[in-house]
Structures are given as C-alpha cells and as structure tokens.
Design a protein around this ligand. Structure first.
Ligand code: ATR
Length: 273
C-alpha cells in the first residue's frame, strides 16, 4: 500500500508490544478491505499514560488498541467509556475519543466458536489466575454462570477479582484439584505454560468428561494443559480465539466492517509456526 497524508493511523499501545500479533492481524484485514489505513505498535512507557493517550488524540490517530498495563489509563483518557478498563479507543468526528472493551465479548465469541452449546453446559466456572485477563473474562461470563471461582497463587488478588462479581468465589491454590473436578468450564489465564515460563502439573485426570478447557496462552498454541485434556477427548479453546475475536470487534468499531476471523486464524497460526 502507499501511505499518503490521508492515510488513517491506528496503533496498539502497551508495554511490551514488540511480540504482538495485532499489527499482522489488523493490517491484513485493512488490506482485505482495501482501506487507506495503517496499524502500528507503539511501546508506551510513561509516568502519566493517560496524558500520553490524550496527546495521541491531538495527533489525530483514528483508533487505538490498548494492552497491558494501560487499559485503565485508556478509559480515563477517553471522553466517554463503556467500561473502566478499555482495550479500544475510537476517534469521533468531533475529535473526541470513545472507549470500549472488546476483551470480554471477544472471549464469549471465541467460546461460542469452540463450544457452540456452552450456555447449556456451563454452570460452574473455574478461572485460574486473577490478573486483568481473568477479571475481564469473569465479568463476561458472570451473567451466564451459577458460580465463578478464581484460583490464584496470591490469594488476596483472587479475593479482589471474586468480590467484583455477584457470583464470584475464591478457591485456594492448594484446592486446584477440587476445582478441576467440579468445573464445567476451566480457563487458564496465568503465564504458566507460556514459552520460557514454568510448566505446571495440572490435575487434568480429575476433569469431568463434559468439561470445556480454555487456555489464553498462545505461545505455544498447544499448551501442555490443552494437549493433556485433548488426550482425554475434552472440548478445548486455544489462546488465539480471544485475541482474534477482540480484534475483530475492534476493527468493526473503527471501520463498521466485521472482518474475516477464519482468515485471521490461518495467518496467525502460520506466523506462530
Ligand atoms: P494479565 O493482566 O495478562 O492477566 P497479570 O495481571 O500479570 O497479567 O496476571 C498474571 C497471572 O498469572 C496472575 O494471576 C499471576 O498470579 P499472582 O497474582 O500470584 O502473581 C499468575 N502467575 C504468574 N506466574 C505464576 C506462577 N509461576 N504460578 C502461578 N501463577 C502465576
């Protein structure tokens, strides 16, 4: 493509962003639709990230994706927001920024793809971890589940995550076995199993045969956890699902077009291989 003064600029901001798959995914969709736009990754290290984000508005950026650790700052920097934690910003015609959160809905899209009948199957949810991703997923699932248990290495953080949901509960890290045995849906949101990070001996032998198991780690795409539960014939959801669907919803917010998520999966799988 040829970049001109009219080309719309979109960016991912966060720290780190160097290994993000979003530029590949978003620029390919931009090309699919022949749009005059470009999507770049900007590492943002600032003592006042909200001020830095407002400055991007002054530079006329058309839209932003926001990742760790700036999602709260993005919501604060926006002129209006649907959530206190935002991963998408859109510049409006009057120059103001609107903020959105597509992480939770993106997770539900991906879950519906992996297990179309999940709503009938899922009553008890176990979320392993209690970071930003775990909290967003818990919020999205809360209206559809009886209970959402958080099991986190640091118990206090699990308690904070659970207290934010009407049906939030905590489970001691030592009780993971019990949690795995009781859950209809298990979501692994920690860095365990990620490339260059520690592995964990997940108690998969205790999983119900009808359980759905999701891992948000996508490097590697088949984590030890997913390999072990697939070996037992369980339904699984890998880490690309949420990444692709939150991105597709962001693309729709910026351009009013829902892009091809199947093509995105082919491209990202090739990039990870
Ligand atoms: P994100 O916002 O992407 O979810 P995060 O806030 O850094 O990232 O959260 C990382 C999660 O991985 C946390 O739940 C963390 O547990 P702690 O709250 O105890 O730090 C979890 N985690 C990271 N390394 C871990 C390990 N070695 N064992 C167990 N949990 C781990």
């Amino acid at each position: 493509m040829i970049i001109t003064p009219a080309t719309k600029l979109l960016a991912l901001i966060g720290d780190p962003v160097e290994h993000s798959l979003s530029p590949l995914m978003q620029n390919a969709w931009i090309a699919d639709h022949g749009l005059d736009a470009v999507y770049v990754a900007l590492p943002l290290r600032s003592a006042d990230p909200a001020a830095a984000i407002r400055a991007l508005k002054d530079f006329g950026l058309a839209g932003l994706n926001v990742t760790v650790p700036h999602k709260e700052a993005a919501a604060l920097a926006a002129d209006r927001t649907e959530s206190p934690v935002a991963n998408v910003l859109r510049r409006e015609e009057d120059g103001s920024f609107s903020a959105f959160n597509t992480d939770g809905p993106g997770f539900l899209d991906a879950l519906s793809e992996a297990a179309p009948d999940w709503r009938a199957r899922v009553k008890r949810v176990l979320i392993v971890g209690a970071g930003g991703a775990a909290q967003g997923i818990g919020q999205a699932l809360s209206p559809f589940a009886d209970t959402i248990h958080f099991a986190n290495r640091t118990a206090e953080r699990g308690e904070v995550a659970a207290a934010a949901l009407p049906n939030g509960r905590t489970l001691r890290w030592d009780d993971l076995e019990r949690g795995f045995g009781a859950a209809d849906l298990i979501i692994q949101t920690t860095t365990l199993g990620m490339k260059d990070q520690p592995l964990y001996d997940w108690p998969v032998a205790l999983c119900r045969p009808t359980a759905i198991v999701a891992d948000i780690v996508y490097r590697p795409l088949e984590t030890d956890l997913l390999r072990a539960v697939r070996g037992r014939g369980l339904t699984t959801m890998d880490g690309l699902g949420m990444l692709i669907h939150q991105g597709a919803r962001a693309f729709d917010i910026w351009f009013g077009i829902h892009p091809d998520t199947t093509k995105a999966r082919e491209r990202l799988t090739a990039a990870l291989a």
